[in-house]
Design a protein around this ligand. Structure first.
Ligand SMILES: Cc1ncc(COP(=O)(O)O)c(C=O)c1O
Length: 420
């Protein structure tokens, strides 16, 4: 979207509607302040013009971009301050990984997720997907099978296939409200000797499911029995909503710890995707950790950019209060969406997410083909959403809506859907 042309002033209350001009009168709840009474102001419309935003770059004029998973919020001020402070020294030479990096992660996992990880289990990783790809290369060979459980984050499949691996689907079961794993289907797929790995999305994107302990234990036990490795992508794990607790996969049992590799990082939680190359892995089993770290070392992917280190340490040592506020705000946005679709009979059902800022919308009752559905949202409602079909079997008839934005934009988007 060419928003720059709309930005004349951000100082007045009208500034918000200038940044998202097509939102019009619904923008009354927006603000242009960074903080209010010293608290973070998630109602602020942040100007992303000229920042090379992928999310906004793909949107046509007048469309609200609600697709790729970054948020319309500033990152936590503690993170920006730490980055600015470091830049102010003008020192940008080769940098080693300080102990503080590992300590901040151990502390975060222990306090946030009740998982007392050992420092030696943790290693820097160059982004979650890049690092999962390295796990494909380390533990599987071309032609081996990797299980995914669709509808699921499309990059798991995309890169496995690019690397010549065979991706097999164990689609999730859906009762119209919540998703669960198909253990009978899994049993059949695990019986095949070519199956070497399963990629778990924990919590699950796009369905928003926070997997419970019993499910994770059963999954671990079945895969352990067959010698199948589990890659657990936990990038959305810090963003659970009230009443739900993220359970790190490797923490559920000895079996899980012996076959699991956890990949996660602060980029979704603190809106740092643009920093890039910012993640870490936790691998309790030395027999998996050693070959994996050798692979990162052999490909020189174990050297973090300076900004990644500074941001991670600041996020995990100082970011918790900001995150608490963010989660409360996201909860309010989700309530807005759920209440709206319950009150308006539009043939769209919102599946209440248990974590993160992505709402999975079941539009099958609208009776449209996927192409018509995308056309409806893009051209009639003027919203750029993620196409459910991209997430594999079970995604047809669905779209994913990113509600990580000021509430006034969520309200405007809902009103556009009703009017369309
Ligand atoms: C489940 C999941 N994993 C990984 C990523 C991307 O992580 P990274 O940018 O660290 O590769 C995303 C981004 O949306 C995601 O939703």
């Amino acid at each position: 979207m060419k928003r720059r042309q709309f930005i004349k002033s951000v100082s007045a209350a009208a500034g918000a509607s200038l940044l998202f001009p097509s939102a019009g009168s619904m923008m009354s709840g927006c603000s242009t302040n960074t903080t209010i009474d010293g608290k973070w102001d998630f109602d602020e419309i942040v100007d992303r013009s000229g920042t090379w935003s992928i999310k906004h770059g793909r949107a046509n004029e007048g469309q609200i971009p609600m697709w790729i998973a970054d948020m319309e919020f500033r990152t936590a001020p503690a993170i920006s301050s730490a980055l600015k402070e470091r830049l102010n020294r003008d020192v940008l030479g080769y940098t080693s990984i300080p102990d503080a990096f590992y300590e901040s992660i151990v502390d975060w996992e222990t306090k946030m997720h009740h998982w007392p990880v050992k420092k030696e289990w943790v290693a820097y990783c160059p982004g979650v997907i890049t690092s999962i790809n390295q796990a494909y290369l380390t533990f599987t060979r071309p032609g081996d099978s990797i299980i995914v459980q669709p509808p699921v984050y499309d990059h798991f499949r995309m890169y496995a296939e690019r690397l010549g691996r065979h991706v097999i689907d164990n689609p999730l079961l859906f009762d119209g409200k919540r998703y669960r794993m198909d253990f009978d289907g899994l049993d059949r797929l695990l019986a095949d000797d070519s199956t070497k790995m399963l990629v778990l999305c924990n919590p699950h994107n796009p369905c928003g499911t926070v997997w419970d302990e019993e499910t994770l234990r059963r999954l671990a036990s079945m895969c352990h029995q067959r010698g199948v490795i589990i890659i657990s992508d936990e990038i959305h794990g810090d963003l659970t909503l009230p009443g739900k607790r993220h359970i790190p996969f490797c923490s559920v049992s000895d079996e899980a710890a012996s076959i699991g590799l956890v990949f996660t990082g602060p980029t979704k939680t603190f809106n740092l995707a643009g920093i890039g190359m910012t993640a870490y892995c936790i691998i309790p089993n030395e027999d998996l950790r050693e070959p994996y770290l050798k692979q990162l070392n052999d490909t020189k992917l174990n050297e973090p950019p300076l900004a990644s280190l500074v941001a991670t340490i600041a996020a995990y040592t100082q970011g918790a209060p900001w995150l608490k506020s963010l989660r409360e705000y996201l909860q309010g946005n989700i309530k807005e969406v759920i209440d709206f679709f319950s009150a308006n009979n539009l043939g769209i059902k919102a599946i209440k997410p248990e974590a993160s800022f992505l709402v999975w919308l079941d539009c099958r009752s609208m009776g449209l083909t996927q192409e018509e559905l995308m056309n409806f949202f893009s051209n009639k409602a003027k919203l750029l959403l993620s196409n459910g079909a991209a997430y594999g079997p079970g995604g047809e008839g669905f779209v994913r809506m990113n509600i990580g934005c000021p509430r006034c934009l969520v309200k405007e988007a809902l009103s556009r859907i009703r009017n369309a």
